[in-house]
Design a protein around this ligand. Structure first.
Ligand code: F0G
Length: 518
């Protein structure tokens, strides 16, 4: 079988064309550890330090030998990959192991029921589907209660009860039929409101039909607005706005109560928002860790207004921040936890949603499914990944923290030496962002010109690749932020490569001579 990677005649032709403009399109033939390898024109194999790392999927690096070995074993065992509707599967084992870890980190006895998918976005969509099912059940309960109260009020009036002033104002007089009709009409209006979500400005939650509307980037979300429920985006750096936004959109259903022979109208809070989605460390936005203040504001507001809190840990989770959940470090107490990416060990694909038992609806297990979810291969790989993360008293988490701190300190030193070039270093553990100043303000006309066509960041990426064999991606929402998310096996030598590469770029930008970019 021909092993060389073909031409983009029938896929990614535009993508390859654009990447080729900056020398970023490469036929990587091999991957191991933190490196991708291609064969140069002279036939030598070139290793490229991979700072993209599957957008955070590679806690144990490319083709980790232990995981690959395990994958071979799983297949050699003739593990049932497809055993749908058998009830029992290795997904049950995985759910058990995930509960052990998240209950420890969240310091809770609550159970979290697992629902499985195949990607991060799909896991997000499973979470919001369940949240909308939950909202519908809560609304039905409200309506049922109101209907029963209206019947009681009617019975009371037929036995001589009067209508309060406030109720008469709604009915236009002491007319029970008109009161009920008006209450019913207003409630129908409120119930007809479309489902709404809350998310943070800059948030990224996937690119599928529903999840893309929770992803802030207008370029990704805009063309598809008509297809799915919308989100209200709360400013990322204003935790106090969280409750205010919920208060602004507050809604209520009218209910009738009978007290001392008088029928009165009261309000019942209506669940306006299906859920609030947050990334404890915002990835696509440009690597912004949330704070303990966010965690408190979110929990309090979600409790006050009855909004389920979904922690999207697809990128920040799985130990990358130095703890299994990044939310642990800020005391975040979510109702849902979404995981994917690194859960597959760099070779399998799966996503999972953990749903707190207090809001979980078991019939959902027959409402949602997908052919490959809970498959025997991915779930047994994920079990191996959890075993490796938890081994030696969580050595992997400590490594993520230590290696990340060392890489971050190296980047901070570059910022200190080039304050006019490097704007900020952000992140936690091995989820780091290196932000250059937007060069629009450069003293150099050449830099400004290159910057204007917004290709300067791409020129930088190409230079890093071609000159330093270092591959990194900028965040789509933060074009000047380079996202560095390597495996826990990041070596001092690889950190030195990053140091030299970024310093070279800073020197070129400081020299104002963009022709030096190769
Ligand atoms: N949620 C978060 C926080 C993500 O970072 C991503 C993907 C998703 C959901 C969707 O997961 O790609 O498996 O469907 N982030 C990638 C990135 C695309 O560039 O950070 P997916």
């Amino acid at each position: 079988m021909d092993s060389t990677i073909g031409s983009p005649e029938f896929a990614d032709s535009f993508m390859v064309e654009r990447l080729n403009e900056y020398g970023l399109a490469v036929r990587f033939q091999r991957a191991e550890g933190n490196k991708l390898y291609y064969v140069a024109d002279d036939g030598t194999e070139v290793g490229v330090l991979d700072g993209v790392s599957g957008f955070g999927s590679l806690m144990f690096g490319h083709n980790n030998p232990e995981i690959v070995e395990h994958a071979k074993w799983v297949l050699d065992q003739q593990t049932p990959v497809h055993a749908q509707m058998g009830g029992y599967s290795y997904a049950l084992n995985l759910a058990t192991e995930l509960n052990k870890i998240v209950r420890r980190e969240l310091q809770t006895e609550d159970k979290f029921f697992a629902q499985f998918g195949n990607t991060g976005a799909e896991a997000v969509e499973i979470a919001i589907k369940h949240a909308e099912l939950d909202r519908g059940i809560r609304i039905a309960g409200l309506k049922g209660g109101i209907e029963a109260n209206i019947a009681q009020a009617r019975a009371a009036v037929s036995e001589g009860a009067t209508i309060s002033e406030a109720a008469a104002a709604i009915a236009g007089g002491q007319d029970m039929d008109r009161l009920v009709a008006e209450v019913t009409r207003r409630n129908a209006e409120t119930e007809a409101r479309p489902a709404q979500f809350l998310a943070l400005e800059g948030g990224f939650h996937g690119k599928l039909i529903a999840s893309v509307q929770l992803t802030y980037n207008p370029g990704l979300r805009g063309p598809f607005r008509a297809l799915a429920a919308q989100a209200t985006f709360v400013p990322r750096d204003q935790p106090d706005m969280i409750a205010k936004v919920m208060e602004q959109d507050r809604a209520a259903l009218l209910d009738l109560v009978v007290q001392d022979g008088v029928v009165d109208v009261v309000e019942r809070d209506f669940p306006v928002f299906t859920a609030f989605l947050v990334e404890p460390i915002m990835g696509e936005a440009g690597i912004y860790p949330l704070t303990a203040e966010h965690a408190v504001a979110l929990r309090e507001a979600c409790d006050t207004y009855g909004v389920p809190l979904i922690a999207d840990e697809v990128q920040s989770g799985m130990g990358r921040s130095g703890t299994f959940l990044a939310g642990t470090q800020i005391g975040l107490k979510p109702d849902y936890i979404v995981l994917a990416k690194a859960l597959g060990g760099g070779i399998a694909k799966l996503g999972v949603v953990l749903i707190n038992e207090h809001i979980y609806h078991k019939p959902f297990e027959f409402i949602h499914s997908s052919t490959f979810a809970k498959d025997g291969f991915s779930t047994r790989i994920a079990l191996k990944v959890l075993e490796m993360l938890e081994a030696e008293d969580g050595k992997a988490y400590k490594l993520a923290a230590e290696r990340g701190a060392k890489a971050k300190a190296t980047m901070e030193a570059i910022k200190a030496d080039y304050p006019e070039i490097v704007k900020e270093i952000r992140g936690q553990g091995l989820m780091l962002g290196f932000e250059f100043h937007d060069q629009a303000g450069s003293a150099s006309a050449k830099i400004r010109e290159a910057n204007e066509t917004s290709v300067l960041p791409l020129r930088i990426l190409g230079h890093l690749m071609r000159k330093h064999d270092f591959r990194i991606a900028r965040t789509a929402s933060g074009p000047w932020t380079m996202r560095f998310e390597p495996s826990i096996f990041l070596t001092d030598e690889e950190i030195a490569t990053v140091d030299a590469a970024f310093r070279d770029v800073c020197e070129i930008l400081r020299s104002e001579d963009v022709s030096r970019f190769v």
